[in-house]
Design a protein around this ligand. Structure first.
Ligand code: SAH
Length: 394
C-alpha cells in the first residue's frame, strides 16, 4: 500500500530510531498535500529514509507510530498485533483460573498507540484515543473476535469521551459485534458486575488487581476504610482477607450501589460492610481518630494535564494528611495516584509532605505500580501512570 509522507526535520528522527512511538508536530518539516486527520502516513527522515508508518492527528502529538523502519501495515496487521498482545498475557499468566478480567491492549505498551482494550469474559470493551484507531475500529473488532483461544464474542466500542473533541468524529458508544451477554467478570476468584455502558472508563479498574491482592493480605482483623471505592474492588478483597469491618466511600451514589451489589454478589448478607455516598474530604473530617486502621486512598486523577500539576500535588498532600492524622498507631495506608502527568517522585514528595505536616513516623512498606497487563514500552516512559505507596503509620 502507498502512503502519503511526512518528512521530519534533520536530527528529529533520533527518538523514532529508538522506538519512541510519537512524532511531535515541532519535529515535522513537511506534510504531503491531502493528508487528513486519522490517515495512515509514512514518516521519513530529512534524507527520505523510512522510519515507519503511523496515524496522523492534528495536535502536539502529530503521529502515533504503528511500525518501525520499512514495515507497513498491510492485511492482517491488527490480527498480528492482537495475537502478540494475547500471547504475552498468556505467557505471564494474567489470564488464569478465576480471572477473566484483564487489559488486552495497553496502547503504546502493546505497540498500538491510541488503543485500549479491556476484556471481561466474552466481552471486549474498546476505546480509541486517536482518529486513526477510530477509523480502524471495525477491523480491530473483527480481529478481536477472531483471536484464537481468547473467547471474545462481543465487542463494545466506547470512545465518546476519549477521542479529540475537535475532530468531530461523533463516535457512538455501541456494540460493533455481538450484544450484551452478562456483566459479571472474575478477578482472582471474586466476582464483579462491570458496567461498561454507564461506568467510568471501560467499566472497571483492572489496573488495581495486584494491589487489591496485597490489600487482602493486610486486612485480617482490621477496620478498613476504602475511599473512592467506585466498584468496591478493594472492599471485596478486604472482606475475603478477614477484615473486621469495611466502610466504602464514594461521592457518586451510583458507585456506592455498585459496591453494595458487588459485596452482595460475593458475600451475601455479610454485615461487616457498609457504604456511604459522601465527599472524601468531608467524610475524613468527620471520622474519629482510631476508627480505621487500614485506609485506601485511590482518588481519580487530580492532574489531567501538566498545567494542573501544582494544584494536584497540593490535593494529594491534603488528602493524605487528612487520613494520616486520624489513623491510630500501627495503621496501614494504601495511597495512590493515577495521574499520568505526575511522576512517582512528585507523588512521593506530596505524601512525604503530608507525613511531615502531621508529624507522624511513617515508613514505606511497598512501592506499587500498574500490573503486567499494562506494560510500559521502555522507550516510552510516559506509559507509566499508576503510582502507589503502602505506608506503616506510627
Ligand atoms: N478504587 C477504585 C477506583 C477509583 S476511581 C477501584 O479500585 O476500582 C475514582 C472514584 O472516585 C470514582 O468512583 C469517583 O466517583 C470518586 N470520586 C471522585 N471525586 C470524589 C470525592 N471528592 N469524594 C469521594 N469520591 C470521589
Amino acid at each position: 500500500m502507498e502512503y502519503k509522507t511526512i518528512r521530519l526535520r534533520r536530527g528529529k528522527e533520533e527518538s523514532l530510531r529508538r522506538f519512541h512511538p510519537w512524532v511531535f508536530s515541532g519535529a515535522i518539516d513537511s506534510i504531503d498535500s491531502g493528508v487528513e486527520e486519522g490517515d495512515t502516513v509514512r514518516v521519513v527522515d530529512a534524507d527520505g529514509n523510512p522510519l515507519g508508518v503511523g496515524h496522523y492527528q492534528i495536535g502536539s502529538i502529530a503521529v502515533r507510530m504503528l511500525t518501525a523502519g520499512q514495515e507497513g501495515i498491510g492485511e492482517g496487521f491488527y490480527n498480528r498485533r492482537l495475537e502478540q498482545a494475547w500471547q504475552m498475557r498468556r505467557a505471564i499468566g494474567v489470564v488464569r483460573e478465576g480471572t477473566d478480567a484483564f487489559r488486552l491492549v495497553h496502547g503504546e505498551g502493546d505497540f498500538l498507540p491510541g488503543l485500549i482494550v479491556d476484556v471481561y469474559g466474552p466481552t471486549a470493551v474498546m476505546q480509541a484515543h486517536s482518529p486513526g484507531m477510530h477509523f480502524a475500529r471495525n477491523e480491530i473488532a473483527r480481529a478481536l473476535v477472531d483471536l484464537p483461544g481468547a473467547g471474545i464474542s462481543n465487542v463494545y466500542y466506547k470512545s465518546e469521551t476519549t477521542l479529540p473533541y475537535k475532530a468531530e468524529l461523533d463516535p457512538q458508544n455501541d456494540y460493533i459485534i455481538g450484544s450484551y451477554s452478562g456483566d459479571v467478570a472474575m478477578e482472582n476468584g471474586l466476582k464483579f458486575h462491570v458496567d461498561w455502558l454507564r461506568g467510568q472508563k471501560t467499566g472497571f479498574f483492572v489496573d488495581q488487581r495486584d494491589n487489591r491482592s496485597l490489600l487482602e493480605r493486610y486486612s485480617a482483623g482490621r477496620r478498613v476504610l476504602n475511599m473512592f471505592c467506585y466498584t468496591g474492588g478493594f472492599s471485596v478483597y478486604a472482606l475475603r482477607g478477614g477484615a473486621e469491618h469495611v466502610t466504602s466511600v464514594d461521592s457518586s451514589a451510583k458507585a456506592v450501589s455498585l459496591t453494595e451489589a458487588n459485596v452482595e454478589l460475593n458475600f451475601p448478607g455479610d454485615s461487616r460492610h457498609d457504604a456511604v455516598a459522601e465527599d472524601a474530604f468531608k467524610f475524613l473530617s468527620g471520622i474519629t481518630p482510631g476508627d480505621y486502621d487500614l485506609v485506601v486512598l485511590d482518588p481519580p486523577a487530580f492532574a489531567k494535564h501538566r498545567s494542573a500539576i501544582r494544584n494536584a500535588l497540593r490535593g494529594y498532600q491534603k488528602l493524605n494528611a487528612r487520613a494520616m492524622e486520624r489513623m491510630p498507631q500501627g495503621s496501614i495506608l494504601f495511597t495512590f495516584s493515577c495521574s499520568q502527568a505526575i511522576t512517582k517522585e512528585q507523588f512521593r514528595l506530596a505524601v512525604f509532605s503530608a507525613a511531615a505536616q502531621t508529624g507522624r513516623r511513617v515508613r514505606i512498606l511497598h512501592q506499587l505500580t500498574q500490573p503486567a497487563d499494562h506494560p510500559v514500552n521502555i522507550y516510552h516512559p510516559e506509559g507509566e501512570y499508576l503510582k502507589g505507596l503502602i505506608l506503616y503509620i506510627e
